[in-house]
Design a protein. Sequence first.
Length: 83
Amino acid sequence: MTSFPLRLPDDLKERAATQAAAAGVSLNQYIATALAARVGAQAEVERTLAARGKRAMPGRAREILQRAGRRNPPRPDDLDDGA
């Protein structure tokens, strides 16, 4: 286990402390749990995207895009650059 100095805006610390107290845990435990959840979620996103990337078929997107306008030409506002 390691310690890490953390600077938080006062209002964020106060809200976190209030939520930690309501949950019956220390502020330190609350922050560690919230960070663990975020790190775990990010790791899951990375695993999911890596798995999807392995299933990708190079050139398939280009093939799909080449068919996209057939029988469905772009509308004038599709080509509007906003100027």
